[in-house]
Design a protein around this ligand. Sequence first.
Ligand SMILES: O=C[C@H](O)COP(=O)(O)O
Length: 251
Amino acid sequence: MKKKLIAGNWKMNGSIEANDRLVRDVVGGLPEGGCQVAVCVPAPYLAQVQMLRHHSALELGAQDVSAHEQGAFTGEVSALMLKEFGVRYAIVGHSERRQYHGESDTLVAEKARAALAHGITPIVCLGETLQEREAGRTEEVVKRQLAAVIHLNGHCISEIVVAYEPVWAIGTGRTATPEQAQQVHAVLRAQLHAATPHSERVHILYGGSMNAANAASLLAQPDIDGGLIGGASLKSADFLQIISAASAARA
Ligand SMILES: O=C[C@H](O)COP(=O)(O)O
Protein backbone atom coordinates (compact mmCIF):
# COMPACT_ATOMS: atom_id res chain seq x y z
CA MET A 1 0.00 0.00 0.00
CA LYS A 2 1.46 3.38 -0.96
CA LYS A 3 2.29 6.08 1.55
CA LYS A 4 0.54 9.43 1.32
CA LEU A 5 2.42 12.26 -0.35
CA ILE A 6 2.53 15.79 1.03
CA ALA A 7 4.02 18.35 -1.35
CA GLY A 8 4.55 21.97 -0.42
CA ASN A 9 4.22 24.55 -3.18
CA TRP A 10 6.02 27.68 -2.04
CA LYS A 11 4.80 29.58 -5.12
CA MET A 12 6.75 32.85 -5.53
CA ASN A 13 7.77 33.09 -1.90
CA GLY A 14 11.00 32.66 0.00
CA SER A 15 14.43 34.20 0.54
CA ILE A 16 17.79 32.62 1.19
CA GLU A 17 17.44 33.37 4.89
CA ALA A 18 13.82 32.26 5.26
CA ASN A 19 14.37 29.08 3.24
CA ASP A 20 17.27 28.08 5.43
CA ARG A 21 15.13 28.26 8.57
CA LEU A 22 12.09 26.65 7.00
CA VAL A 23 13.87 23.67 5.44
CA ARG A 24 15.99 23.00 8.53
CA ASP A 25 12.84 23.01 10.70
CA VAL A 26 10.94 20.74 8.32
CA VAL A 27 13.82 18.28 7.92
CA GLY A 28 14.33 18.27 11.70
CA GLY A 29 10.65 17.50 12.31
CA LEU A 30 10.04 14.76 9.73
CA PRO A 31 8.61 11.70 11.45
CA GLU A 32 10.57 8.48 11.10
CA GLY A 33 8.94 6.23 8.49
CA GLY A 34 6.21 8.80 7.86
CA CYS A 35 4.57 9.82 4.60
CA GLN A 36 6.42 10.99 1.50
CA VAL A 37 7.25 14.72 1.63
CA ALA A 38 8.44 17.19 -0.99
CA VAL A 39 8.83 20.93 -1.36
CA CYS A 40 8.40 22.60 -4.75
CA VAL A 41 10.52 25.73 -4.63
CA PRO A 42 11.21 28.66 -6.96
CA ALA A 43 13.93 27.73 -9.49
CA PRO A 44 16.62 30.07 -8.09
CA TYR A 45 16.46 28.24 -4.75
CA LEU A 46 16.79 24.69 -6.07
CA ALA A 47 20.53 24.50 -5.35
CA GLN A 48 20.08 25.88 -1.84
CA VAL A 49 17.30 23.49 -0.93
CA GLN A 50 19.13 20.59 -2.56
CA MET A 51 22.01 21.22 -0.12
CA LEU A 52 19.72 21.71 2.89
CA ARG A 53 17.77 18.51 2.29
CA HIS A 54 20.88 16.41 1.75
CA HIS A 55 20.66 12.96 3.38
CA SER A 56 17.07 13.58 4.50
CA ALA A 57 13.78 12.09 3.31
CA LEU A 58 12.63 15.48 2.03
CA GLU A 59 12.29 15.40 -1.77
CA LEU A 60 12.84 18.39 -4.03
CA GLY A 61 10.33 19.68 -6.56
CA ALA A 62 10.08 22.46 -9.14
CA GLN A 63 6.99 24.53 -9.85
CA ASP A 64 7.09 24.26 -13.62
CA VAL A 65 9.12 22.67 -16.42
CA SER A 66 9.59 23.51 -20.07
CA ALA A 67 7.98 21.34 -22.72
CA HIS A 68 11.22 21.78 -24.70
CA GLU A 69 14.53 19.98 -24.34
CA GLN A 70 16.88 22.95 -24.91
CA GLY A 71 17.50 25.93 -27.14
CA ALA A 72 16.12 29.40 -27.77
CA PHE A 73 13.36 29.47 -25.15
CA THR A 74 14.19 32.50 -22.99
CA GLY A 75 13.12 32.14 -19.39
CA GLU A 76 12.35 28.43 -19.63
CA VAL A 77 13.92 25.72 -17.48
CA SER A 78 14.27 22.22 -18.94
CA ALA A 79 13.70 18.89 -17.24
CA LEU A 80 17.35 18.04 -17.86
CA MET A 81 18.42 21.14 -15.91
CA LEU A 82 16.05 20.31 -13.05
CA LYS A 83 17.44 16.79 -12.95
CA GLU A 84 20.93 18.18 -12.31
CA PHE A 85 19.63 19.66 -9.06
CA GLY A 86 18.16 16.39 -7.83
CA VAL A 87 14.59 17.39 -8.64
CA ARG A 88 12.12 14.51 -8.21
CA TYR A 89 8.82 16.30 -8.91
CA ALA A 90 7.67 19.14 -11.17
CA ILE A 91 4.29 20.79 -10.85
CA VAL A 92 2.63 21.26 -14.25
CA GLY A 93 -0.63 22.98 -15.11
CA HIS A 94 -1.14 24.79 -11.83
CA SER A 95 -4.26 26.94 -12.19
CA GLU A 96 -2.14 30.06 -11.67
CA ARG A 97 -0.17 29.13 -14.79
CA ARG A 98 -3.30 28.18 -16.72
CA GLN A 99 -4.91 31.48 -15.71
CA TYR A 100 -2.03 34.00 -15.84
CA HIS A 101 0.12 32.39 -18.52
CA GLY A 102 -2.60 30.96 -20.75
CA GLU A 103 -1.37 27.37 -20.48
CA SER A 104 -3.60 24.98 -22.42
CA ASP A 105 -4.37 21.32 -21.67
CA THR A 106 -2.08 20.39 -24.57
CA LEU A 107 0.86 22.40 -23.27
CA VAL A 108 0.37 20.97 -19.78
CA ALA A 109 0.46 17.46 -21.24
CA GLU A 110 3.63 18.26 -23.21
CA LYS A 111 5.27 19.52 -20.03
CA ALA A 112 4.25 16.34 -18.23
CA ARG A 113 5.75 14.29 -21.03
CA ALA A 114 9.02 16.28 -20.94
CA ALA A 115 9.29 15.69 -17.18
CA LEU A 116 8.61 11.95 -17.50
CA ALA A 117 11.18 11.64 -20.28
CA HIS A 118 13.86 12.68 -17.76
CA GLY A 119 12.66 10.69 -14.79
CA ILE A 120 10.88 13.59 -13.09
CA THR A 121 7.39 12.92 -11.78
CA PRO A 122 4.95 15.56 -12.98
CA ILE A 123 2.38 16.73 -10.45
CA VAL A 124 -0.45 17.48 -12.87
CA CYS A 125 -2.83 20.06 -11.43
CA LEU A 126 -6.43 20.31 -12.49
CA GLY A 127 -9.65 21.69 -11.12
CA GLU A 128 -12.75 23.68 -11.89
CA THR A 129 -13.46 27.37 -11.35
CA LEU A 130 -16.35 28.49 -9.15
CA GLN A 131 -18.35 29.39 -12.22
CA GLU A 132 -17.82 25.91 -13.66
CA ARG A 133 -18.81 24.26 -10.36
CA GLU A 134 -21.95 26.35 -10.08
CA ALA A 135 -22.85 25.44 -13.66
CA GLY A 136 -22.59 21.74 -12.74
CA ARG A 137 -19.56 21.27 -15.02
CA THR A 138 -16.95 20.08 -12.46
CA GLU A 139 -16.78 16.49 -13.68
CA GLU A 140 -16.64 17.45 -17.36
CA VAL A 141 -13.81 19.96 -16.73
CA VAL A 142 -11.55 17.73 -14.64
CA LYS A 143 -12.07 14.77 -16.97
CA ARG A 144 -11.09 16.89 -19.97
CA GLN A 145 -7.95 18.15 -18.19
CA LEU A 146 -6.90 14.64 -17.16
CA ALA A 147 -7.72 13.14 -20.57
CA ALA A 148 -5.24 15.49 -22.26
CA VAL A 149 -2.42 14.09 -20.12
CA ILE A 150 -3.56 10.48 -20.40
CA HIS A 151 -3.72 10.59 -24.19
CA LEU A 152 -0.41 12.31 -24.72
CA ASN A 153 1.57 10.20 -22.33
CA GLY A 154 0.14 6.79 -23.09
CA HIS A 155 1.76 4.02 -21.15
CA CYS A 156 3.59 6.32 -18.66
CA ILE A 157 0.37 7.49 -17.09
CA SER A 158 0.80 5.45 -13.92
CA GLU A 159 4.01 7.43 -13.24
CA ILE A 160 2.29 10.78 -12.76
CA VAL A 161 0.86 12.44 -9.66
CA VAL A 162 -2.51 14.17 -10.05
CA ALA A 163 -3.48 17.15 -7.91
CA TYR A 164 -7.14 18.11 -7.76
CA GLU A 165 -7.25 21.79 -6.90
CA PRO A 166 -10.63 23.48 -7.15
CA VAL A 167 -9.69 27.00 -8.22
CA TRP A 168 -12.21 28.53 -5.83
CA ALA A 169 -10.44 26.91 -2.87
CA ILE A 170 -6.89 28.05 -3.69
CA GLY A 171 -5.57 30.65 -1.26
CA THR A 172 -9.10 31.58 -0.26
CA GLY A 173 -9.42 29.77 3.04
CA ARG A 174 -12.49 28.09 1.53
CA THR A 175 -11.70 24.37 1.41
CA ALA A 176 -13.70 21.73 -0.43
CA THR A 177 -15.45 19.53 2.09
CA PRO A 178 -13.95 16.05 2.40
CA GLU A 179 -17.06 14.69 0.63
CA GLN A 180 -16.82 17.20 -2.25
CA ALA A 181 -13.13 16.40 -2.72
CA GLN A 182 -13.63 12.63 -2.47
CA GLN A 183 -16.38 12.76 -5.07
CA VAL A 184 -14.04 14.34 -7.63
CA HIS A 185 -11.11 12.11 -6.65
CA ALA A 186 -13.27 9.04 -7.26
CA VAL A 187 -14.10 10.32 -10.75
CA LEU A 188 -10.40 10.85 -11.47
CA ARG A 189 -9.49 7.42 -10.07
CA ALA A 190 -12.08 5.75 -12.33
CA GLN A 191 -10.70 7.62 -15.34
CA LEU A 192 -7.16 6.51 -14.49
CA HIS A 193 -8.41 2.97 -13.92
CA ALA A 194 -9.81 2.87 -17.44
CA ALA A 195 -6.44 4.02 -18.81
CA THR A 196 -4.01 1.84 -16.88
CA PRO A 197 -4.06 -1.37 -14.86
CA HIS A 198 -1.78 0.47 -12.39
CA SER A 199 -4.16 3.27 -11.43
CA GLU A 200 -3.83 2.45 -7.72
CA ARG A 201 -0.18 3.48 -7.91
CA VAL A 202 -1.11 7.04 -8.83
CA HIS A 203 -1.23 9.54 -5.99
CA ILE A 204 -4.23 11.85 -6.32
CA LEU A 205 -3.55 14.87 -4.10
CA TYR A 206 -6.02 17.46 -2.89
CA GLY A 207 -4.98 21.12 -2.94
CA GLY A 208 -6.84 24.25 -1.91
CA SER A 209 -6.54 25.78 1.56
CA MET A 210 -5.47 22.49 3.14
CA ASN A 211 -4.14 23.32 6.59
CA ALA A 212 -3.25 21.85 9.95
CA ALA A 213 -6.89 21.91 11.09
CA ASN A 214 -8.59 20.29 8.09
CA ALA A 215 -5.85 17.95 6.80
CA ALA A 216 -6.84 14.85 8.80
CA SER A 217 -10.45 14.81 7.62
CA LEU A 218 -9.48 15.33 3.97
CA LEU A 219 -6.73 12.70 4.15
CA ALA A 220 -9.13 10.18 5.68
CA GLN A 221 -11.02 9.95 2.37
CA PRO A 222 -10.31 6.74 0.43
CA ASP A 223 -9.16 8.41 -2.80
CA ILE A 224 -7.24 11.33 -1.28
CA ASP A 225 -3.62 10.20 -1.33
CA GLY A 226 -2.05 13.38 -0.02
CA GLY A 227 -2.01 17.12 -0.42
CA LEU A 228 -0.50 19.93 -2.45
CA ILE A 229 -0.08 22.66 0.11
CA GLY A 230 0.41 26.35 -0.67
CA GLY A 231 0.25 28.85 2.18
CA ALA A 232 0.56 26.33 5.00
CA SER A 233 3.81 24.94 3.55
CA LEU A 234 5.54 28.24 4.34
CA LYS A 235 5.13 27.74 8.10
CA SER A 236 7.12 24.79 9.39
CA ALA A 237 4.80 24.08 12.33
CA ASP A 238 1.71 23.95 10.11
CA PHE A 239 3.42 21.95 7.40
CA LEU A 240 4.72 19.45 9.95
CA GLN A 241 1.23 19.03 11.42
CA ILE A 242 -0.11 18.19 7.97
CA ILE A 243 2.76 15.73 7.46
CA SER A 244 1.98 14.14 10.77
CA ALA A 245 -1.73 13.81 9.86
CA ALA A 246 -0.75 12.18 6.55
CA SER A 247 1.67 9.84 8.27
CA ALA A 248 -1.04 8.72 10.69
CA ALA A 249 -3.71 8.30 8.00
CA ARG A 250 -4.28 4.95 6.36
CA ALA A 251 -2.85 4.98 2.83
O1 LIG B 1 -0.42 24.45 -5.05
C1 LIG B 1 -1.07 24.69 -4.04
C2 LIG B 1 -2.41 25.18 -4.12
O2 LIG B 1 -2.53 26.21 -5.05
C3 LIG B 1 -3.06 25.45 -2.81
O3 LIG B 1 -2.66 26.69 -2.28
P1 LIG B 1 -3.23 27.08 -0.82
O4 LIG B 1 -2.91 25.93 0.07
O5 LIG B 1 -2.47 28.33 -0.46
O6 LIG B 1 -4.69 27.28 -0.99
